[in-house]
Design a protein around this ligand. Structure first.
Ligand SMILES: Cc1ncc(COP(=O)(O)O)c(C=O)c1O
Length: 399
């Protein structure tokens, strides 16, 4: 890790990005790398959404907007939340943000005083921790494991609550594990939140991408939860709109209004063009979401078939577009970090170790389903070859 400049504020920390940087350097020197690292869909934004953005620009959507976002978009988001089993929101209970990512920082800056505790699931999407760090809050990690298919339980939350606990983060489906917290467990977790007066940040950005019988129970629509829940979601995943940088928060007016001031101070507003494109996403045909979900499901099965063939254990992938697999189950005597490096150098396949997402073991790797299914099959074949080369090495007599 490079040394921090002495004049930087104490709250600025650098994560140990050495492994990812090293992997990117290795990848740059290789041909034909199959990139299953980043969580950025390979699919393009559907054409009708792009067209709406182009039309909006042609029609003068080149100015700041209301800090909470244009009214028709906030109304459409509220309607979409209702249609998907969520709580009832008025337009002034919705804030459009420059990506769900910025939403995390708006929440942390608005709600966390120094010393307040924020409970975060581990492994989990790490910017929640970075946002809490920038607010000088205390991060309480809740470790999860294969025992519960890497999903949070009410007991785990209960065991980590203290009188200083203020916020609980629930990411459902979770990144990097691709797992869904069962609806009944979400209800039990909500009861713990009420009992201990916690605010729940419910990250439901992957909620439209679930497989089989899995479904996401929106936290805010549970009894007495709307007043203590901020739902974070967006367009990046379900509509393949990562580059448009647009997401949203939904919560009680008393929190959204002051958080709108923070959003105004940070960004004034979300880009107008992206808001008009997002409006088309919400109000236009929804079959594009189902089409993408079907594609990811096919890719998911191709990854699972490949891993089953190698005898590699993984968390049951139930949502989002990730498979979280256990390198230690292969018995190669290597860490996930070292495995990822060798898989890249020898097999030209890129995936990330779970330690990047706060995993407390170095056993698991995250595979993104952000490649076409035929490329995924090639990647699984290459991975099997690298596993075999590890095994051959172990069999070879030492000289
Ligand atoms: C769980 C989760 N939440 C939020 C985000 C942020 O998405 P965006 O800022 O593109 O809306 C991501 C992005 O990968 C994510 O994985």
């Amino acid at each position: 890790m490079s040394k921090l400049h002495p004049r930087l504020a104490r709250r600025v920390k650098l994560s140990d990005g050495a492994l990812v940087t090293r992997m990117l350097d290795i990848a740059n020197g290789l041909d034909d790398v199959i990139r299953m690292g980043r969580g950025d869909p390979d699919l393009d934004t559907p054409a009708h959404i792009v067209k709406a953005g182009q039309d909006a620009l042609a029609n003068g959507a080149t100015h700041y907007t209301h800090p909470l976002g244009i009214l028709p978009l906030r109304e459409a988001i509220a309607e979409n939340i209702r249609a998907n089993g969520g709580a009832d929101y008025a337009a002034d209970e919705i804030m459009v943000t420059p990506g769900g990512q910025q939403g995390m920082f708006i929440i942390a800056l608005s709600l966390l005083d120094p010393g307040d505790e924020i409970l975060v699931p581990c492994p989990g999407y790490n910017p929640y921790q970075q946002a809490a760090e920038l607010s000088d809050a205390a991060i309480v990690k809740i470790p999860m494991s294969m025992e519960t298919n890497f999903t949070l339980t009410a007991e785990m939350v209960e065991a980590h609550v203290t009188p200083k606990s203020k916020i609980l983060v629930l990411i459902n489906p979770n990144n990097p594990t691709g797992t869904v917290t069962p609806p009944e467990e979400v209800r039990r977790i909500a009861e713990v939140a009420k009992r201990h007066d916690l605010i729940v940040i419910s990250d439901e950005i992957y909620a439209r991408l679930t497989y089989g019988n899995n479904m996401v129970q929106p936290v805010a629509s549970l009894p007495e939860m709307k007043e203590r829940t901020i739902t974070l979601s967006g367009f990046s995943k379900a509509y393949a709109m990562t580059g448009w940088r647009i997401g949203y928060l939904a919560g009680p007016r008393a929190l959204i209004e002051p958080m709108g001031e923070v959003n105004h101070a940070l960004a004034i507003s979300t880009a107008a063009v992206s808001q008009h494109a997002a409006l088309a996403a919400m109000t236009g045909p929804q079959d594009c979401v189902e089409e993408m979900r079907r594609l990811y499901d096919e890719r998911r099965r191709a990854i699972c078939d490949g891993l089953d063939g190698m005898g590699m254990r993984y968390a049951e992938p139930q949502g989002a577009f990730y498979v979280y697999a256990d390198v230690s189950s292969l018995g190669l005597g290597t860490t996930a970090g070292a495995f990822c490096e060798r898989l890249l150098a020898e097999g030209q396949v890129m995936m990330y170790p779970g330690t990047i997402y706060g995993d407390y073991t170095d056993d698991f790797v995250r595979m993104s389903m952000t490649q076409p299914v035929d490329r995924i099959r090639v990647a699984m074949g290459r991975m099997a070859g690298v596993v075999e080369s590890f095994r051959a090495e172990a069999r070879a007599p030492a000289n």
